[in-house]
Design a protein around this ligand. Sequence first.
Ligand SMILES: Cc1ncc(C[n+]2csc(CCOP(=O)(O)OP(=O)(O)O)c2C)c(N)n1
Ligand SMILES: CC(=O)[C@@H](O)[C@H](O)COP(=O)(O)O
Ligand SMILES: [Mg+2]
Length: 613
Amino acid sequence: MDYISYIRRMDYDELENFAEHIREYIIDVISKNGGHLASNLGVVELTLALYRVYNPYEDFIIWDTGHQTYTHKLLTGRWDLFSTIRKFNGLSGYTNIFESYVDRFGAGHVGTAISAALGIEQALRLNNSSANVVVVIGDGALTSGQSLEALNQIKTLNSKIKIIINNNSMSISKNVGALSHLFDKLRSSKVYLETKKTLKKSMSFELKNELKRIRDAIKVSISGEDFFEGLGLKHFGPVDGHNLKELEDELKRIKDYDYPTILTVNTVKGKGFENSEVNPESFHSAGKFDVSSGVFIKSKGIISYSEAFGKMLTKIAEKDEKVVAITAAMKSGTGLNEFAKRFPERFFDLGITEQMCVTFAGGMSTLGFKPVFAVYSTFLQRGFDQIIHDIALQNLPVIFAIDRAGVVGEDGPTHHGVFDIAYLKMIPNMKIYAPMDIQDLLNIMHTVFKFNIDGPVAIRYPRDYEFGKFEELYDKIRLVDLDKWQILNEGKDIAIIATGYPTKSALSVAKRNGWTLVYARSVKPIDKETLSWVFENHEEVFSIEEGVINGGFGESLSRYGKIRILGIEDRFVPHGSRKELLKILMLDEEGIENQIKGVIERRKNYEDSNRTW
Ligand SMILES: Cc1ncc(C[n+]2csc(CCOP(=O)(O)OP(=O)(O)O)c2C)c(N)n1
Ligand SMILES: CC(=O)[C@@H](O)[C@H](O)COP(=O)(O)O
Ligand SMILES: [Mg+2]
């Protein structure tokens, strides 16, 4: 069904009913699949109005981050498939160019849309095409470094793009930084909105112009020169993002302007579902929930790595006033809520600025502080140069708490944290630890802070959980020899050297088969003594890691002897549950056993066939 011509035939009452229908559908599916509920509920009307004015099949609509594109997907040929969203083999939770050509540019990370749109616009020009280029970007994403870099080029590139700010005052948590205050002021220019509402029915042309003049005066008076106008864009709005008629009028107005334009649209994150309106942060990246109560469906008695990390850091900070925590807009995801409440003066949410966070941590460390940058593995990719240039080169003692290391599940390839071992391991001075379980995460943290570190340290752990309570684990913390590998099972012929999460599965396999299992808590430095012992005493040696093989842990061991590496082959991993993905990657217990037995079998067959000859 072609929903674009369908919505264009509707009157506003029909359109409003359709918006409600879309909301109900999204709520129903996301309550079962999990997903970015609040962001999507906020842009239903915006997407409908946008696609009545622009045609996504002809124009180029670029959605920043792509996490708010559920209505876009529903309207562009994916209505019937929507129940598969974020499931293995189902629709992606983001824009994805392999899924549909109207997903003009794939995303998942924040802040790429304006850059991509400017590139697309220049390419269209070279092709003599007059298609429109429109960006939809959240107020959080607009504050990220790459967005600002791109905004700075709009005038120079003689661009005509239209940027729509979806201003809901929220990143995942409350948006931070000076620009967020500017957006708040714009949002609450109620004088303008209310005057407009009162006058709109009887508005003459003169009155309309007078109103625009008032609006412009308000914008300038609250912010000095309008920030966006200073960058060469015409700035319109704010417009009520849930009023279809107003939205459409304003979108039509900017469509034909021959200059780059930015339109501020005020939306309510989580709109239309009471629980997500009241608590948009919890419903940003929502797990499964019960629609009637709005309560999340969670297993009881579990603790996640993130939660354990956050609690442990709070404990450590109680005793050590030099410990500070830094996040790039991921306070709750990285488990830092408690720390932020306990030590507000030692907690820094710097917004979506991973590069800045790395260098900021470096700066603090030069004055004797112990900065911990808690960051998802995939987002730390943004800070790669800063890690080398600002931290490692100066051997600064900064701790990188790398959450979501390994496959993350339903967010998929944009978010899997499978590259960090490879991109960190090659950096001189960098030490990398990968705990096999939550207990050892706490042990590593305890040890790292006990003995002052003398350079950068990364601790990587997965988006996973265990049954148990923090207090019980905390009671058992102990100092560990960080750089010494542990022989957890001594067997014969076959040895496995495992690091991080797959260690537990590998241990079960080793025990069952009488093989040796060495736990490499330290990815770098390599424990050469234990490694030599392994090579000298076993016929076949395997390594296991939840990360890419190219440039990974196993590859660094291959310099010292013959090793078979189990990890992630040279391809992007799709989305699906973590369990499903570990299975297809053959990194769960069954997969590890089958891979090793397969090698042994092939070797035996080869030897047998050689003997026959
Ligand atoms: C580089 C990067 N850092 C962090 C994130 C995590 N993240 C996803 S959405 C988001 C907030 C975006 O806020 P906004 O753009 O205002 O969108 P909203 O959800 O409010 O509509 C963050 C921090 C990310 N996807 N990419
Ligand atoms: C869009 C985005 O990047 C985040 O919202 C991310 O999906 C959060 O992931 P978690 O659910 O693992 O915190
Ligand atoms: Mg926002």
